[in-house]
Design a protein around this ligand. Structure first.
Ligand SMILES: Nc1nc2c(ncn2[C@@H]2O[C@H](COP(=O)(O)OP(=O)(O)OP(=O)(O)O)[C@@H](O)[C@H]2O)c(=O)[nH]1
Ligand SMILES: [Mg+2]
Length: 697
């Protein structure tokens, strides 16, 4: 494997809405550049970058994959990313690691919801971008419509550098505004093309567009502007220079056309990637923080600097073990050498360095600044860590992943598999930081949370296939809570005379509600030793323990205040235990009087579906006690925002699927606790006392 220098590397991520053709485009790139010798197809499950079982089975990308090829003597590192919403955390990780992005847009659908989302990710890191209008061969593909949607969404920087020759069934190639030449392709997937003069019917359009392009490019720098005014035009080298500047600054987003599956238009895109996108050397520097002072520091992307690398992704391979994907910002890293993990403050021996082509690893002796590599079996290092020279430490910022929005309970199919599950889950979470695995302290259930039902299902599938544990997905028990609406003033008295030593504790408490989220407050107003000081915490403890067990239906009681203001004691018979019991008795009596109520979790829900379902969906939401918060339409997708009790959402997924023919999706997040309406509360309380009886029997 050759070692590349930072001026002959391009690090790109391929991003876009689900099914825009990112994996197919990657596949065509690898084939046309000679990195692989067949054109892999998503349908056939043989692409380089959709290599995981789950991806092959579902024919979608689930995690980001790293591949590479050589073009114009440059090494292009390619991150193929998922486009479906549940897996966008992976896309974020890739955008963080790349130096530039190829944004793939479907020529029929134009800009879609996730196109916008990934565009925002790029904004966060100021990534240079180009746009590929893919699927130009599809029925109803339209260059004008797609361009219009791109311009509307992303502004006037959207500049086509090509004219497509025909669209839909007629799409046979592209005319380049840069070279002024036409490239006509075979439609057999071979990628063979003929370079030719521009057909007469395109000449006027080409001249007009090229002129506009030159004007726009001239705006890139004062020097170019002067040349343009002096000469009335720019030469080829100047146009390229202006484009490079514009692309790097984000003023220009060049647009290209392709059919990934027919393998049309790819070489022109690769030329643009190597000619217009900045190499790591051109990017020049990266920023991190000094771990000692917290101050921001710049590091030059150069072999001469001390080594500093960032782990942007981890793959949990059941056979190869942990595979860490790393970007080297500065210095040189060699196989089998010990490096310092600054994040964990530990040393790590890296073992053999690898170059990844999807799942295939090829060893390489050393890697130079600006390049990507992988290593296996690191013990301490996980995603987001920085490796660097301890003499010149730097910490790179990692990516904050969104909190999960959907939670399921899981139950092992065979008893005793719990340990196996938690071992497997910790592996899975290493590679997918957007998954959470916990045990609910209140309901005792094992909870698996992710961004979406599909995300959770994929995880369950990984558990089965990779680690051989079968679990059942269940709707989680609702973590109800209890509180009070009124006040109470009561005595809790515990007195027991048993043979010798008796037990005596006596307290007077006032109980009153706190605002939602106020949890618990204990005020001690004992003066003059009505209760000895050392027994007061016991009263509080007794109350808290009883509150934890609940009063109405076995749920923790929250948001109340207790004031302990009087009591009495016995010099011999009083003890901590006796006062704890007195506290418990006082709590129960107070609850009886203070109008207890049930609280339920209410979720912020966002539903996405084609517009025609809006009426049916809002109707359904109100039957679920939902409160509509807002409606929005984006790229023909209806977005409905509502607050709905969690209990009403546990059965939502299959209902949404059947109501929208599988075209709807949703996400939700905990919002707050709210009172359960009396009738419904009654049922929950009855159920719970039934459960309790059964348990006792
Ligand atoms: N007609 C046509 N179909 C295409 C083209 N590119 C991709 N497809 C098809 O579109 C579907 C999705 O393609 P993928 O390459 O998996 O799309 P993706 O953007 O990687 O999808 P995700 O990674 O899951 O978001 C597959 O059925 C492809 O065969 C194209 O240029 N023309
Ligand atoms: Mg894909």
């Amino acid at each position: 494997m050759r070692v590349f220098e930072s001026d002959s590397i391009r690090n790109i991520c391929i991003i876009g809405h689900g099914a825009a053709g990112k994996t197919s485009l990657t596949s065509a790139i690898l084939f046309d550049s000679g990195a692989v010798n067949r054109l892999g197809r998503v349908e056939d499950g043989n692409t380089v970058t959709d290599w995981e079982d789950e991806e092959i089975e579902r024919k979608i990308s689930i995690s980001c994959a790293l591949a590479h090829c050589e073009w114009n003597k440059k090494k292009i590192n390619i991150l193929d990313t998922p486009g479906y919403r549940p897996f966008l955390a992976e896309t974020r990780l890739s955008v963080r690691a790349a130096d530039a992005a190829v944004v793939v847009v479907d020529a029929v659908a134009g800009v879609e919801v996730q196109t916008e989302k990934v565009w925002e990710f790029c904004d966060e890191y100021s990534l240079p971008r180009m746009i590929v209008i893919n699927k130009a061969d599809r029925d109803n593909a339209s260059s004008e419509r797609t361009l219009a949607s791109l311009e509307e969404e992303f502004g006037r920087g959207v500049v086509p550098l090509e004219i497509p020759m025909g669209m839909e069934k007629e799409f046979t190639g592209v005319i380049s505004l840069l070279t002024g030449r036409a490239y006509r392709y075979e439609r057999d997937g071979s990628g063979k093309f003929q370079e030719m003069d521009v057909p007469a019917q395109y000449e006027d359009e080409l001249a007009e567009r090229r002129e506009k392009l030159i004007e726009m490019v001239a705006e890139g720098s004062d020097a170019l502007m002067e040349r343009f005014f002096a000469e009335g035009t720019l030469n080829q080298a100047e146009i390229l220079e202006g484009l490079r500047i514009g692309v790097k600054q984000g003023d220009i987003r060049p647009v290209f056309y392709s059919s990934a599956t027919l393998n049309i238009g790819i070489p022109q895109i690769l030329d643009a990637v190597t000619e217009l996108f900045p190499s790591p050397a051109v990017v020049g520097t990266t920023t991190g923080t000094d771990p000692k002072t917290g101050e921001s520091i710049e590091r030059k992307i150069s072999n001469e600097e001390p080594y500093a690398a960032y782990v942007f992704k981890t793959i949990a391979d059941p056979f190869a073990g942990r595979i860490s994907l790393i970007k080297l910002y500065s210095g040189i890293i060699r196989s089998d050498t010990v490096y310092n993990n600054q994040t964990k403050e530990k040393n790590e021996k890296l073992g053999p360095l690898q170059i990844l082509q999807g799942k295939t690893m090829t060893p390489i002796e050393e890697v130079h600044a600006g390049d990507f590599f992988a290593v296996t079996k690191l013990r301490e290092t996980t995603t987001g860590d920085t490796l660097c020279d301890p003499a010149q430490p730097i910490l790179f910022s990692s990516v904050e992943l969104p909190e999960p929005s959907i939670t399921f309970a899981i139950e092992p199919k065979s008893r005793g598999d719990e340990d196996k599950i938690s071992h497997a889950m910790s592996r899975i979470i290493e590679e997918d930081g957007a998954i959470r695995y916990t045990r609910d302290p209140q309901t005792k259930q094992l909870l698996l949370a992710g961004s979406d039902q599909l995300h959770v299902e994929v995880t369950v599938s990984k558990l089965r296939k990779r680690y051989g544990v079968e679990v059942l997905l269940k709707t989680p028990r609702i973590p109800y809570r209890e509180t009070i609406r009124g006040k109470a003033d009561v005595q809790g008295r515990h007195k027991k005379q048993t043979g010798g030593h008796g037990q005596f504790g006596d307290c007077w408490i006032r109980m009153e509600p706190l605002p939602r989220g106020g949890n618990f407050e204990f005020v001690d107003e004992i003066f003059g030793g009505a209760i000895p000081r050392n027994f007061i915490p016991a009263v509080e403890k007794g109350i808290l323990e009883a509150a934890e067990r609940g009063y109405l239906a076995g749920n923790p009681v929250v948001d109340f205040k207790v004031t302990l203001y009087d009591g009495s004691f016995h010099p011999v018979d009083s003890s901590e235990m006796a006062f704890k019991i007195a506290g418990r008795i006082a709590f129960k009596k107070a609850m009886e009087m203070a109008r207890p109520v049930l609280l339920e979790p209410v979720m912020d829900v966002e539903i996405y579906a084609p517009q025609e379902y809006a009426g049916a969906l809002t109707g359904d939401l109100s039957s679920r006690r939902g409160r509509l918060q807002g409606m929005d339409i984006k790229h023909d997708v209806q977005i409905i925002k509502a607050q709905v009790p969690m209990a009403e959402m546990v059965t939502y997924s299959p209902v949404l699927t059947s109501m929208t023919g599988g075209r709807g999706s949703y996400s939700m997040q905990f919002s707050h606790y709210d009172e359960v309406p009396a009738q419904i509360a009654q049922k929950i309380i009855e159920e719970s006392s039934k459960d309790k009886k059964e348990e006792e029997e």
